[in-house]
Design a protein around this ligand. Structure first.
Ligand SMILES: [Zn+2]
Length: 111
């Protein structure tokens, strides 16, 4: 027979199991810049229809870098960077559950 439901533990278990799907996560933030390419005959020359340049803004060895992303990979990279945010959110929730359990355990010992 199952012990009484513990919603926190169910939540923790669900989050832990979801982390595997985030294994392709990437660090940093996703940046879209608009720019003109400089060719005088291009549609961007009037400054209205600019080109999109996608970048990952990330720290490498403690130094901020902006790495260009090929346009066809931009959506995939954006999703992978979003995975990192979800990973961090899951970790924060798991830590919160564990801290609550730790404090409860500590309190029970002192009685
Ligand atoms: Zn152009």
């Amino acid at each position: 027979m199952k012990s009484p439901r513990e919603p926190d533990l169910e939540l923790r278990g669900r989050l832990i199991r979801s982390l595997g799907s985030l294994r392709e996560m990437l660090p940093g933030s996703f940046v879209e810049r608009k720019r003109a390419c400089g060719r005088p005959n291009c549609h961007c020359a009037d400054g209205k229809l600019l080109h999109s340049q996608f970048q990952i803004s990330v720290l490498i060895d403690g130094k901020p870098k902006a790495l260009n992303i090929p346009t066809d990979l931009a959506e995939k990279v954006r999703q992978k960077i979003e995975m990192r945010r979800r990973f961090d959110a899951a970790a924060a929730t798991i830590c919160g559950v564990n801290l609550k359990r730790f404090l409860k355990e500590k309190e029970e010992r002192q009685v």
